[in-house]
Design a protein around this ligand. Structure first.
Ligand code: HEM
Length: 422
């Protein structure tokens, strides 16, 4: 358990643990990253150096510590956005106003501007429309006949389509947004193509927010009480008009929300890979639909969603964790993946067990930066599982499991393609 002391300055110097290099290695399918497994064994707090950025950072892997650090304002995201903290990503260009890099009170202000679009009730209202979208994609795949690439036909276009709906992208603009988003998330086109696509997307978002700022009435975009019109671009347009957000901030908030569907593509890609390579799990889901909600939570807990670690925080004060001094100014990472495998919270953590209570997992993060899209993602995952299992009872891999290609040298892990037949 993490603890606090007020007298750290008086403590004698303590030896620091060694700095461990954490290179970006090739990872196979859904294996748990071996370096992370070692770091978990080495201690509650270790020190790491990632391929880019400067210096080293602390890494917390135990569940309680991860929860404490992510919910403690002494660890700042804003401070981390203005430093070259050791990191996995080669490029680092945080946009001012991005939710992920904001501290309170800005973070609340930015997040409140869009939160109405991601509530349980907003997502519930969206569900029938999302069901139509997934049905249409499955119809197309079935009409063309097997084999098919499930990623290309369903797992990638579905989240992008649903995101466009939530954002309020007009139907005749969706193809353009779809193409930009694909370019940004694809690993194929290279850095320059991705930068161009980002420019296009952010420029388009800026114009859309400006239009809505100028053209819509308060009542249309302020809240969701009328039950149908609560799109993100209108919410942001209204917030900019009322002076709650700057236009650049609105663009910074909207960008990750527009691209966020990538996470569902890759996460559900890993989920279907696991189901299609573990007949026992697939059978359980098929024979016992009531097992699916808990099973999905267990799969979310188990899936190694990302490589290495996400975004760092900076300690703004000295903090004592298990007798180790984290000094003011030190960079700190947490691993949600490691916390999800903490044996004190999830016994026999490497085993996928649909009968365990996995609900306490931290796959969507914790604290103020908890994933904005968590309810929205769960809805999409449920629809994907229910629809594909029910409509394609014979769904299976069309190639041996070891021939499913997985993304490499990437932040978010998942299959590049999932060749299936039925
Ligand atoms: C943040 C996971 C889908 C938008 C996060 C965080 C995690 C996460 C671990 C970081 C928490 C932190 O910074 O400490 C996931 C997973 C997803 C998913 C596993 C899918 C299965 C989505 C989707 C969207 C989205 C679909 C948008 C539509 C965001 C945003 C943040 C975030 C905007 C930053 C929130 C903030 O800093 O306040 N997500 N996410 N995510 N996610 Fe997701």
């Amino acid at each position: 358990m993490a603890e606090e002391t007020g007298t750290l300055a008086e403590r004698p110097e303590q030896p620091l643990p060694p700095v461990r290099d954490w290179p970006a290695g090739e990872l196979s399918a859904t294996e748990f990253e071996p370096v992370l497994a070692e770091l978990m064994r080495e201690g509650p707090l270790t020190r790491i150096r990632l391929p880019y950025g400067e210096g080293w950072a602390w890494l917390a892997t135990r569940y309680d510590d991860v929860k404490m650090i992510t919910n403690d304002p002494r660890f700042s995201r804003r401070e981390a956005s203005v430093r070259q903290v050791t990191r996995l990503a080669p490029h680092f260009a945080p946009r001012p106003g991005a939710l992920a890099w904001a501290d309170q009170p800005d973070h609340n202000r930015l997040r409140n501007a869009v939160s109405a679009a991601y509530t349980v009730s907003a997502v519930k209202r969206l569900r029938p429309r999302a069901q139509e979208m997934v049905d249409a994609l499955v119809d197309g795949m079935v009409a063309d006949g097997p084999p098919a690439d499930l990623v290309e036909r369903v797992l990638e276009p579905f989240p992008i389509n649903v995101v466009c709906e939530v954002m309020g992208v007009p139907v005749d603009e969706r193809q353009k947004l779809h193409d930009w988003t694909r370019e940004i998330i694809s690993t194929a086109g290279g850095a320059e193509a991705s930068e161009q696509a980002k420019k296009g997307l952010f420029g388009w978002i800026g114009e859309a927010v400006r239009d809505r700022r100028d053209s819509e009435s308060e009542s249309e975009c302020e809240n969701d009480s009328n039950g149908d019109h609560v799109d993100v671009l209108s919410l942001l347009g209204g917030a900019v008009r009322r002076g709650e957000l700057g236009l650049e901030e609105a663009i910074s908030v909207a960008g990750p929300l527009q691209i966020g569907g990538e996470a569902v593509t890759n996460n559900s890609g890993q989920m279907f890979y696991l189901l299609l390579t573990r007949p026992d799990l697939l059978e359980r889901f098929r024979d016992d639909p009531a097992s699916r909600p808990a099973g999905i939570e267990e799969l979310l807990r188990h899936i190694p969603h990302r490589a290495a670690v996400g975004l760092p925080r900076i300690a703004t004060q000295d903090v004592d964790i298990h007798g180790t001094l984290v000094s003011a100014g030190d960079a700190v990472y947490v691993s949600y993946l490691a916390a999800n495998r903490d044996p004190d919270v999830f016994p026999d953590p490497d085993r996928i067990d649909f009968d365990r209570d996995a609900g306490a997992h931290v796959s969507f993060g914790n604290g103020p930066h908890f994933c904005t899209g968590a309810v929205f993602s769960r809805m999409q995952i449920e629809l994907l599982i229910d629809t594909l299992l029910e409509r394609l009872p014979g769904l299976r891999l069309a190639v041996p499991a070891d021939q499913v290609p997985f993304r490499q040298r990437t932040m978010i892990r998942g299959p590049v393609a999932l060749p299936v037949t039925w």
